[in-house]
Write a protein that binds this ligand. Sequence first.
Ligand SMILES: Cc1cc2nc3c(=O)[nH]c(=O)nc-3n(C[C@H](O)[C@H](O)[C@H](O)COP(=O)(O)OP(=O)(O)OC[C@H]3O[C@@H](n4cnc5c(N)ncnc54)[C@H](O)[C@@H]3O)c2cc1C
Length: 552
Amino acid sequence: MVTAEEIARVALFADLEPVERNWLSQVVADITLVPGEFAVHEGDERALFGVLEGRLEVLRLVDGVASVIGERKPGDIFGEMSIAFGMLHPGGFRAAEPTRVFRIDLRDYQALVAAAPEVAEQVGLMANNRLAGPKGLQARSSAPVQFRAIVLGRRRDASCAELRRFLDRNQVPFRWLQPDVPADAEQWSDALPDEDDLPAVRVVNGKTVVRPQLRRVAELLDIPTEPAAAEYDTVIVGAGPAGLAAALYGASEGLRTIAIEREAPGGQAGTSSRIENYLGFPSGVSGEALASRSLQQARRLGAEILVTRSITRIDAATRRVHLDGGDVLRARTIILACGVAWRHLEIEGFDRLAGKGIFYGAARSEAANTHGLDIHIIGAGNSAGQAAMFFSSHARSVTILYRGDTLEKSMSQYLVEQLGTRANISVLYRTEVVAAQGDASLETIDVRNAATGATTRLASAALFIFIGADAETGWLPPEIALDPKGYVLTGPDVRAAGRWHLDRDPYLLETSVPGIFACGDVRFSPVKRVAAAVGEGSMAIAFVHQYLRESA
Ligand SMILES: Cc1cc2nc3c(=O)[nH]c(=O)nc-3n(C[C@H](O)[C@H](O)[C@H](O)COP(=O)(O)OP(=O)(O)OC[C@H]3O[C@@H](n4cnc5c(N)ncnc54)[C@H](O)[C@@H]3O)c2cc1C
């Protein structure tokens, strides 16, 4: 327990009346930290802290990278910004050596300042100084961004778009230079690579690589691509919302957990411009933000998450998991969280122009390519509506091309209403795209009106396609039962299909192979939602525990 005398050693409380210090000593939490342990994380709830012994580092995430921006020593306080400005903690506080602090919860702080208003005044002054002082957050946030990489490539080069998207989705701050923009070419400060060698990426203070494989880029930037161990309690296939949730819960509950992702964390949700219906985000959240927060959280809680690696084979009998590149992992359990992949359209010109103006799904990183231009969207589901809203703040016009005659059948009413508020969004009903043209990139599309049969050629700088997705499960072993469309059967559906052979019932998310589970969009179920994927990912871990207990 913290004594009244110890509390008096913190300058802010030195002049309190003894009765108030005694009261504080009854209510504060006494926290002992080992080096590396956090007293509070960035984004945690409001509370005020006093330092009694040791030293803490102040950490702040800037563009996904944690940097030390200050320290606190005995006698100091921290948390004053959260208290004074009514915000979550803008930074994390980590013990740099064995450290002891006390925490005053918000309610107790409010009771204290009712009796001692001068404390609130001082906390307010200190918070203002932290924000606006010469070393304050304001000064820091106006400091130039620390780029970790420089990308050199053309706007309409599909490989360059893929590279930029990869860096964005892995939260790597980078600068993009275009070789045909003279000022950019100068900034490259080296001979420009040959046209055939673009795109190129230079790691700041490091190597330059031309036409890089994404895995090579990940390696150069120290993004994990190699498993650290040969055996895991659970191996998770995919790091979309379901896989990230499973990784987070698995690691935080003490399981040796690895999630393996063939692209970048976030899955489909990472490509969503705005998720409006995820609990706890009253004004919606972009898929990228949700993915990046979840990734940080899962890694902080100890999950190993590899990117740019695919799982290519699973041996059902031995539960060996094969990665591309030849690594083989031993898994006590496996969680399939591999989601679905966009359905592709077989239309003249589409394959050739994919990534060069034609995109399946969309990412915020494409926004720069649509500024002031006329673009089109195929589809009439919520994802198409969200994309139209997002791009309408960048493009000159956004036209939704839809075969049906009313959006209300397939799109939520709130989105239909939002679309109606944007003057530069329009819908062409009973219309389908029949061809796309362009040399280096998309220039025009041919659209046919089903009512008149007439075909019209429209100028189009970009075409984003949202026509649904399919489970890509052809690579799974035949022992794992699928529905006719390739979705993985679990729980009661496995039994109903006559594919279960143990005496006990399969767990709700268990596939026809005991110890292999499925969650999220890849699972046979009518619900395809972020919240469902996250819920199932966390539930899968509960079943992993049950399975491991039973097979111990
Ligand atoms: C544009 C868009 C907007 C959306 N908007 C909303 C919304 O507003 N609200 C909502 O609730 N839902 C929304 N959704 C649906 C939501 O994103 C999905 O339901 C959710 O992402 C499913 O999560 P998942 O983890 O099951 O699968 P996914 O998100 O599909 O993730 C699966 C991951 O597994 C990886 N993977 C696949 N196979 C392998 C393999 N063999 N090896 C390694 N990795 C592999 C993939 O690369 C992918 O990253 C939207 C979807 C899209 C596309």
